[in-house]
Ligand binder design. Structure first.
Ligand SMILES: Cc1cc2nc3c(=O)[nH]c(=O)nc-3n(C[C@H](O)[C@H](O)[C@H](O)COP(=O)(O)OP(=O)(O)OC[C@H]3O[C@@H](n4cnc5c(N)ncnc54)[C@H](O)[C@@H]3O)c2cc1C
Length: 328
């Protein structure tokens, strides 16, 4: 807790507080009372729709003049001697191949990185250690968000209110294969259900709406348990390491730090292109967080129809509603 305070000195959220046993049970009546001494209450942020966060960044990039292609799979690199000069991309909707030329190429394919680097680093030691994490989505089970430790192995896991339900997650097990094929196994589900049931014996964790699985891209580290591998990120300079110019890879990294990682990457590319524009990422709001004329960014939605869209689109909700009305 003290480390948490030290690392978030300038945070805008309320301070942590110790709750004794009675206060803990008052805040979370479903919690198993046996052996309970108390709890620390602290505050953190949650991104309920991570895919929207991606879209917000894509919209922002397009508004700044980027050409954005989705359903576009990079198949291989364009090469000129020892330099990468772009990529061949396949439009997965039309099947059409497109050559994209670039003065500099960044590979940010997350857990697919070693696969997408194969044409450049064939046979080289992988850069990543992949671990799978799954989540359960169950009916509403708790009042608060909880950080708990699983009795089976002492690992940290979460029980989080999410929309009208609850997320229980996650697991952390080594993974081999295409990250797109990751799925929850019965063992994964049993592990989380047992761990969560121990803390909340009467909660509806047997009623699972759905599960989902993802694969973490961790900077390769051997000889330690999956959950002990650092969550740090690294920029891999192919010129320094493999003698290939014109390309940089982003290895690992948490989404919490994504803007900082993006800034570091963009600065590194700018230096290589001989540019020195100051980055404004740290102080730039995403499109849905920008105030519209006459509104504050935290303003309540002005009418009921927008209230539904507001948590998803923020200040862009009115545009989305207008689009919906235009298309009937
Ligand atoms: C179970 C789990 C729990 C997590 N919990 C947290 C958490 O609580 N907090 C946190 O900060 N982070 C968490 N993370 C980590 C977080 O998900 C990652 O930090 C984040 O997704 C990394 O973003 P990225 O864009 O680098 O990679 P990704 O989100 O993996 O995106 C990579 C993209 O590359 C695309 N791609 C792959 N191959 C190609 C190709 N050939 N051509 C074109 N595109 C391609 C993929 O389709 C994908 O869209 C968690 C991860 C997992 C798996």
């Amino acid at each position: 807790m003290q480390l948490y305070d030290a690392l978030s000195l300038d945070k805008s959220l309320p301070k942590r507080k110790y709750l004794d046993r009675d206060a803990t049970l008052a805040a979370e009546p479903n919690l198993a009372p046996e052996g309970l001494a108390g709890a620390w209450r602290f505050y953190d942020a949650q991104v309920p729709f991570v895919e929207r966060l991606v879209i917000e960044n894509v919209i922002d990039a397009a508004e700044h003049g980027a050409v954005v292609l989705n359903h576009a799979e990079a198949m291989t690199y364009l090469r000129d001697g020892d330099a990468v000069t772009g990529a061949v991309v396949r439009d997965r909707l039309s099947g059409q191949g497109i050559e994209i030329r670039a003065r500099f190429t960044v590979n940010a394919t997350g857990p697919w990185l070693d696969r997408t680097l194969q044409p450049l680093r064939d046979g080289a030691t992988p850069l990543l250690r992949l671990t799978k994490g799954i989540h359960l989505v169950t009916p509403h089970a708790t009042q608060q968000a909880h950080v708990l430790f699983a009795q089976q192995d002492g690992r940290l896991f979460f029980v989080l209110p999410w929309l009208d339900g609850t997320i229980v997650g996650t697991t952390d097990t080594d993974y081999v294969g295409d990250p797109g094929d990751a799925a929850a196994t019965e063992d994964d589900v049993r592990y989380l259900r047992e761990a969560a049931h121990r803390a909340f014996p009467n909660a509806p964790f047997d009623e699972i709406h759905f599960t989902w699985a993802g694969v973490r891209a961790l900077v390769r580290e051997e000889g330690v348990r999956e959950s002990e591998v650092s969550r740090k990120h690294a920029l891999y300079d192919h010129q320094k390491r493999d003698g290939t110019r014109g390309v940089l890879s982003v290895v690992g990294g948490k989404i919490t730090a994504y803007r900082d990682i993006a800034e570091e990457t963009t600065d590194a590319v700018s230096r290589r292109l001989g540019r020195s524009a100051a980055s404004t990422t740290a102080t730039t709001l995403l499109p849905g967080a920008r105030p519209r004329p006459g509104e504050g960014s935290g303003a309540a939605a002005p009418d009921e129809a927008l209230a539904e869209l507001w948590p998803v689109y923020g200040t862009r909700a009115a545009d989305v509603l207008a689009l919906g009305r235009r298309s009937g």
